[in-house]
Design a protein. Structure first.
Length: 294
């Protein structure tokens, strides 16, 4: 911007001196012509008509050149100010974008930090014995093992029948999900909703923040990728099953909006197959996600 201003100042000076030079040359040539014609003489009477004509010529020439110079200077000034205004607006916009990004990142990373605090606040003490207290990530791991080990293992006996009797993978996925959700939605989640419900709601609001504040898909994937990177496999697996349940459905529309968002941005792509009962669930309910380990 500074270089542009210096350039404009140089142009203005050049135009100014060109105007002065042309005016001076014009006046000098006019004076020479009128002297040669005898308009000015130290011995004869002054020809008033010629002097009047000389004055008109000089005035007209000087006025025209001066007017032209002023017009050029005004035009250059206008262009210079327009350019300065455009650059000022651009700088202001860049500063505004930078401030908005800083504000967003401050909020976003603050929420990620608080999400960890929510996890660390989870605890369960068995029979009141300190040595049996499960805290934070250990609580999540034990919860997932309990759900999978105690409630899903009984579905193994139906696996062969699903593969042979059901007409399609979609029907198979629906039947498996119905069986699993009988456990998740009828007691299991309710018993742990004090911790898990808070966690899932807060996680959803982090995702909503990213979608609301970042408009480009590149930015959205970037920040949701950061969120995914800090989630443990236990978190991903518990999120997987919660997204299959009615608890993740939008209360107004009755549609699985949370699941569709997670599927679109591949938040579960790094989930481990250890606690996923059947791959057909992942394929049918998360068709856009490219799972790496299933």
């Amino acid at each position: 911007m500074m270089s542009n201003l210096l350039k404009e100042e140089k142009i203005v000076l050049v135009v100014f001196w060109i105007t002065v030079s042309f005016s001076s040359i014009g006046i000098l040539l006019s004076s020479v012509i009128f002297i040669l014609k005898g308009a000015f003489s130290t011995t004869a009477d002054i020809n008033s008509d010629l002097v009047s004509s000389f004055g008109s010529l000089v005035g007209g020439l000087f006025g025209t050149v001066l007017t032209l110079g002023v017009a050029i200077l005004v035009l250059l000034t206008y262009k210079s100010q327009s350019r300065e205004l455009h650059e000022t607006v651009s700088i202001a916009r860049e500063q505004s974008d930078t401030l908005n990004l800083q504000r967003f990142e401050s909020t976003y990373f603050g929420m990620l930090s608080h999400l960890k605090s929510i996890i660390n606040s989870m605890r369960y003490t068995s029979d009141g014995l300190p040595q049996s207290t499960l805290v934070g990530p250990d609580y999540l791991h034990a919860t997932l093992q309990d759900f999978y080990g105690q409630h899903i293992k009984d579905t193994d006996q139906f696996a062969v029948n699903w593969k042979t009797d059901l007409p399609s993978r979609k029907d198979m996925a629906k039947q498996i999900n119905n069986l699993i959700m009988e456990t998740w939605e009828n007691g299991f989640f309710d018993d742990k909703s004090h911790f898990l419900g808070h966690y899932f709601r807060y996680l959803y609001n982090i995702i909503k923040l990213v979608l609301a504040e970042r408009k480009s898909e590149k930015d959205r994937k970037k920040y949701l990728g950061i969120l995914q990177a800090q989630m443990s496999n236990d978190e991903l697996c518990l999120l997987f099953y919660n997204l299959l349940s009615r608890y993740s459905f939008n209360k107004t529309t009755g549609k699985p909006m949370f699941r569709k968002i997670v599927d679109k941005y591949g938040l579960l792509e790094n989930i481990n197959s250890q606690y996923i009962f059947n791959k057909v669930l992942a394929d049918e309910y998360f068709p856009k996600t490219k799972f790496h380990y299933l």
